[in-house]
Structures are given as C-alpha cells and as structure tokens.
Ligand binder design. Structure first.
Ligand code: SF4
Length: 338
C-alpha cells in the first residue's frame, strides 16, 4: 500500500456498507451480492467518505492500523473499492428513490369468483399503473376459469404475473398453455399438491417451469423472511432507506374483497365493491405503513439486512416505538438465524 498521507479509500458506487448490531454488510448491487464484514470496517468505510486512510487510523488512535490496511487491501482486491489520492473525483452517489407508479404491485386472494369482482379490481389496478400482480387461488380453479379471470390483464400495463394455484388435478401442460397465451406470467406454483417438484415444458426454449408443492396457501398467508430471498439491487436499497419495501405501493385484496396493506394484516380499508382502490391508495391512513421503513422499527433498525429484507409484516406501535408483528428468525444481536 502507498504511504501517501492523503490516500483515500472509496467504495465503488455500486457498493453500500450497512452496520448491524453485531455484524456489518457490504451490498454490491452490481454483482447482486452481499459481503459480511466486521462493524469496525463499516465505521472505517463511513469515515472514508470524508477522511484519508491515515486520518481514519489516527481517529482510532492507531490501534487498528494493521487491520485497516489488511481489510481495505482485501476490499480493493475483491473489486469492491479502490485507493485514490483524488477523492473529489468520486463523489458519493445520489441515493434518492423515486417511482412514477402510484401502485407498484398487488396481491389478490381468490377463493370464490363471487366474493368480489376480480375483473374490475384488475382494471382499477391497471389505471394506477400497477406493474406486478400475484394471484393466489386458494381453492382449485380449472385452468380455463383462471384464464377467464386473467383476461383483463392481457392488454394491461402489467409487467409480470405470479400465479399460486391450488392443485386442480390438471396436467402441467394446461398451465404452460395458459402462460403461452399470457406472456406476463413469469411464475407458476401449484400448492396443496400431492406431488412436489419442478415440471419443465416439453417445448424447447420455454424457460417457465411449474413448481408443485404440498404446502398450502391459505387465507392471509404471511411471507416467511428467508436470507435466500434478499436481493441487493440499487432500487431496493434506495427505496428501503425511505420506505418499507415489503409494503410500499402495494395493494392487497383478501379472499372476501377487503383492501389491506397486506393480506395478513388486520386493518381493512373497505370492500372493493364500495370503495375505489385509487382513493384507498392515496389515503394517508393506507400510506402510513409505507413510510415505516426498517430504520424506524425496533430490532430491524439493528439488522444488517434492513435494506434488503422484503418482510411485509404488520407493524404495531407501543409507547412511540414500532415493532413488527411477525417476528423473523434472525437475531441481529447474536448474528444468527434461529
Ligand atoms: S430483523 Fe427485520 S430487517 Fe432483519 S431480517 Fe428480520 S425482519 Fe428483516
């Protein structure tokens, strides 16, 4: 390493250090990877925005000089950062997050075609520019019935559709035909099935697979927080710094037709037959939880995964502090998944 007193260390713009209670993380959004690092190194990297390496060593009273050199050298080798004597040439990245979409995604539970007007809900979501849709069919519907319910999505602005379908006993080929007729379908899961595994299409070049699982998708099914679902992307990280990424700009309609922030949440915001989704989505009450991002929630604020975690748990307030109702398996104070 050069002995230049003015030598600075910069992380590449695609890399973000995050401090946890016990362990830190560098999220590399270009490689979509996260590297675990000691918290002390996160502190060094935070100081590195404004101070030279020698100045940082001095701030730690030269107790960690060797460790700082070794870690920064390793980060440079891994292509996560670099040394420079011209730090002003590498300003920090603008982390503002903006989206033109009023509603980004929606989850609809469908138990009976008569509980609410699915087609009307899909048309309303399209008018709001909704990009992603997850349909959870809680009891067996034939592929034909599912195709009919999906008809309004064909000329919509939707970019992707995920289907969770209770096993109807039909062959996977029927689902492949359904997806061929609606190219927005990117995910097909058959739940409550006697079989488990993946079925690929017999058509060459068809990337879509049908996932069969014996797990049951029921009413108000909460999502489980799993580290394998964390995605380090610039849009997720910057959104997570301002919003709750599990709930922000998301609409859920439960099996009975009530609008909620998420299907497992207690608070309802009216039935789709009586209120417009747009009015609910624009209301302060509905948006309240969009703003409760992980930095504002006890435990999550101390977790190194807080800008990657898509937990959509309900949030409760007690004595001016916010807590997630569905607690996850990660303990940031012991740095272990329980
Ligand atoms: S503690 Fe919070 S942010 Fe961390 S993994 Fe659990 S739910 Fe996600």
């Amino acid at each position: 390493m050069r002995s230049d007193l003015q030598l600075h260390f910069r992380l590449y713009n695609a890399c973000f250090p995050v401090k946890g209670a016990e362990m830190g993380l560098i999220c590399d959004v270009q490689r979509k990877e996260a590297f675990h690092i000691p918290n002390l190194l996160v502190e060094v990297l935070e100081k590195a925005y404004d101070h030279s390496v020698e100045s940082i060593k001095g701030q730690f009273h030269h107790q960690y000089d060797e460790g700082i050199d070794a870690y920064l050298g390793e980060l440079a080798k891994l292509g996560i950062g670099f040394f420079t004597s011209q730090p002003e040439a590498f300003p920090a990245m603008d982390l503002t997050w903006e989206s033109p979409l009023e509603v980004y995604s929606a989850i609809l539970e469908i138990e009976s075609a008569g509980n609410y007007d699915v087609a009307d809900v899909l048309r309303q979501l399209d008018r709001l520019g909704c990009a992603g849709l997850q349909l959870r069919f809680l009891r067996p519907f034939s592929t034909r019935e599912i195709g009919d319910l999906l008809a309004p999505t064909k000329n919509s602005r939707l970019k992707f559709i995920e289907l969770y379908i209770a096993d109807n006993g039909e062959a996977a080929e029927n689902l492949f035909r359904l997806a061929e007729g609606n190219r927005r379908i990117v995910s097909l899961v058959v739940h409550s099935s006697k079989m488990a595994g993946l079925v690929a299409s017999e058509k060459p070049g068809e990337p879509l697979q049908v996932v069969f699982t014996d797990q049951v998708v029921g009413r108000g099914q909460p999502d489980v927080v799993r580290p394998e679902d964390f995605v380090a992307s610039i849009s997720i990280i910057t959104e997570a710094m301002q919003f709750n990424i599990g709930l922000n700009r998301k609409i859920s309609v439960d099996a009975d037709g009530f609008i909620r922030n998420y299907v497992s949440h207690e608070t309802g915001f009216g039935h789709v037959s009586g209120v417009k989704i747009q009015d609910v989505a624009r209301s302060a009450g509905f948006q309240e939880k969009w703003l409760l991002h992980n930095d504002r929630i006890e435990k999550c604020r101390d977790c190194q995964y807080r800008y990657l975690c898509l937990s959509n748990s309900d949030i409760v307030e007690e004595d001016g502090k916010y807590y997630k109702k569905d607690t996850c398996r990660f303990d940031p104070y012991a740095n272990i998944w329980r």
